[in-house]
Design a protein around this ligand. Structure first.
Ligand code: PMP
Length: 389
């Protein structure tokens, strides 16, 4: 079948392909980016749904506005005030997960061939999505303190990139967060180079160590986009996220979304809003943080016990992932094959790079039980020793 040119450079999500292999019950998987299912408030969402049907009836099943359910947009705007950001509900567009927000941003901003600065490694879903619009990626290294701002300065200067896509909190895949001075510097560089920051923040609420750091948006003198999601604080299956965008861009985003799906499901927006106002969401998020901290501590301790010293790992202060770097000569894809033979799985780092680097891999710590984490890391330690010997 002769498909459109735009599909040529777009690969199937490598992770979704890997998940087919790792679904076998005997495999301990650190591959998916899945929240822990016990963190989904199923009973409370069911109660919220019953209330929506009792109180709103058929109107919860009707078409609605593209911008999204007004009370939900206000709830999001009010929550930003806690981070020191003054946001009008009019600047919020509800999307079908923040993945759709990325798609809307790509459609509204990118022409084929436009340079897009992206973290190296970068979020696979953004690479896939912006590829669809012909992005010419310009990778910028991540350091332990966040993006390498000297390199970013240089890349923006040389390429005139129109957009910088960043995940400053507990990045997927690396788990790295930007420190305060990196955030200031990024804001300054965006202004100096007239570059649009697309700041993606699905994990910001999941800090379990250290102090909260305000979004880069708080330091920006120029317009920028901020994306958010309910996937990690409530449940990903509801597919609810949002995009906060400056005045001049909102109309294009709304038109892009209309062309795509008219609006996000009326029903799930109403149910989620009911859930948010009828429950103590902060207590719920605190329980998720506690759980993930426990998982992360067990994974870090097990790695120290079992991994060879030559394997470097990040020790994140939040989120769901940590990131391992092998000696240059070792291929993570080879380690992956050995791991699958030993019934343990992770995601090799290659698809997170636009330049083919192959000596890194991602481990998810939110989904497996503490017992499975210990057992899985011990198995992986054996595989690493085998591959590094
Ligand atoms: N951005 C990043 C950095 C992510 O890790 C994810 C989830 N894997 C998304 C966006 C998309 O999340 P959702 O569509 O569920 O909000």
């Amino acid at each position: 079948m002769k498909t459109a040119d735009r599909m040529q450079g777009v690969h199937r999500s490598y992770i979704r392909e890997i998940l087919k292999v790792t679904a076998r019950p005997e495999i301990i998987s650190f591959a998916g980016g899945l929240p822990h299912p016990d963190s989904f408030p199923a009973d409370r969402v069911a109660a919220a749904a019953a209330k929506v049907f009792a109180e709103e009836g058929a109107s919860a099943l009707q078409y609605s506005t593209t911008e999204g359910y007004a009370p939900l947009r206000k709830w999001i705007a009010d929550r930003y005030a806690r981070q020191g950001l003054t946001v009008s509900p009019d600047d919020i567009l509800i999307t079908t997960g923040s993945q759709q927000a990325l798609d809307m941003a790509g459609r509204a901003l990118l022409n084929r061939g436009d340079a897009v600065a992206i973290e190296r490694p970068g979020y696979l879903g953004a690479i896939q999505c912006f590829s669809m619009y012909g992005a010419d990626f310009k990778p910028v290294n991540l350091l332990a303190t966040g993006v390498d701002t000297d390199m970013l300065d240089d890349v923006l200067e040389r390429t005139g990139a129109k957009v910088f896509y960043a995940v400053p909190n507990f990045q997927n895949p690396s788990g790295i967060s930007y420190d305060a001075s990196t955030r200031h510097r990024v804001a300054e560089l965006m202004a100096r180079h007239e570059c649009m920051l697309v700041e993606d923040n699905p994990y910001g609420e999941l800090r379990f160590l250290g102090e909260d750091v305000p979004p880069v948006r708080c330091h920006m003198q120029t317009p920028s986009i901020l994306l958010g999601s309910f996937s990690k604080m409530v449940a990903p299956g509801m597919r609810l996220g949002w995009i906060y965008a400056p005045d001049g861009l909102m109309d294009s985003l709304v038109r892009a979304k209309q062309a795509s799906d008219l609006h996000t499901a009326t029903l799930t927006q109403s149910i989620l809003y009911r859930y948010l106002v009828d429950n103590d969401v902060d207590a719920h998020i605190a329980s998720i943080r506690d759980r993930y901290k426990r998982h992360r501590d067990i994974m870090v301790a097990s790695i120290r016990d079992h991994f060879p010293e030559e394997v470097a790992t990040t020790e994140p202060e939040g989120g769901m992932f940590l990131w391992c770097t092998l000696p240059d000569s070792v291929s993570a894809e080879e380690v992956f094959k050995e791991a699958i033979r030993n019934n343990v799985a992770f995601v090799p780092g290659k698809p997170f790079y636009v330049d083919g680097t192959d000596n890194t891999f991602r481990l998810n710590f939110s989904n497996a039980s503490p017992e499975k984490i210990e057992e899985g890391i011990a198995r992986l330690g054996k595989c690493l020793r085998h591959c590094l010997s």
